[in-house]
Write a protein that binds this ligand. Sequence first.
Ligand SMILES: *[C@@H]1O[C@H](CO)[C@@H](O)[C@H](O)[C@H]1NC(C)=O
Ligand SMILES: *[C@@H]1O[C@H](CO)[C@@H](O)[C@H](O)[C@H]1NC(C)=O
Ligand SMILES: *[C@@H]1O[C@H](CO)[C@@H](O)[C@H](O)[C@H]1NC(C)=O
Length: 288
Amino acid sequence: MAGFYVKFFIRFFLSVHFFAVLVYSVWCPSEFRHINPNFEQKTNRFWEFEEQSNSWVEVELPFDLVSCINGNCTKVGSISQMKQQEESLQGRIDIPEQGKNSKVMPGDRALLDESSNIVLPQRKRISLTRMAEISIWVTGESGSIYERFWNGVQWVIAPHDLPISAGPAVSVFIVNQTFIALSEAGNLYQLQISESSQAVWIECTPTHTETNSSLILIKSGVVSNDGKRAYFTTIGGSLLELIEIKPWRWIYHGRPPGGNAAAVVNVATVRPDVVFTVSAVPGEIFMS
Ligand SMILES: *[C@@H]1O[C@H](CO)[C@@H](O)[C@H](O)[C@H]1NC(C)=O
Ligand SMILES: *[C@@H]1O[C@H](CO)[C@@H](O)[C@H](O)[C@H]1NC(C)=O
Ligand SMILES: *[C@@H]1O[C@H](CO)[C@@H](O)[C@H](O)[C@H]1NC(C)=O
């Protein structure tokens, strides 16, 4: 399937500018059926990651998107001002720049937040997963899954939606080069290549042991730093570890004493083989 770059690793360096655009581009589901779907710009606010200061800096528009191959940089696109929104935003309030003294009063802050919300009304379900330098997997606001990949000439979009019965997707994990999607309902799906060379999502939600075959619904997850394991929090508040895909092998870690696992973070850069879970019950952090 076009754009399914499991085996392709072409050395390609992309300027971080492009990722800033991806973060704030909003997928338009109505264009999904078209052959060449496009992103629709819905905001005038974009941030560029500045490595020296390790922080996000708002960029001024128009802003050029640059792609660099072996230090040879070419402009591949540009983000321009959207006129209507510029007027409506500036008519209401000046946006304070990061790091500068803000002159915004508390009431204005609410107005600013409100106006930001108008630009980006709903942010749920949005996730980004980097597969390779030329392939980024995205879940959009609509619950669609799609891949942005570099076809050698330009960045294109390949849709990889879950079956309609699965409902909207909220994230994609890449474990040992296997693609796993999480649906909003808490089910997991694995991307497999069918006999007709089509990529299809097969449900792989884990179940309780033989005596109890009910599904273990998943809330969120994180892949270990080496990409070989994944940790999931369940809707019931337990921690689940995926250690093998062929065949599926899970370790059920249960709930931390007196708490639950509401979120999980990979801290392998700090301590290898350690994940932290955050409990929503007493608001404490546990180490696994
Ligand atoms: C950079 O890329 C352009 C377009 O692909 C090419 O024409 C040019 O020769 C390249 N320059 C260098 C120094 O490689
Ligand atoms: C199966 O496990 C779930 C979660 O631990 C529990 O709520 C449910 O009652 C169990 N069902 C049976 C039949 O044991
Ligand atoms: C990933 O592959 C490694 C060996 O390369 C294996 O030890 C590990 O169990 C695999 N993980 C999963 C989730 O399949």
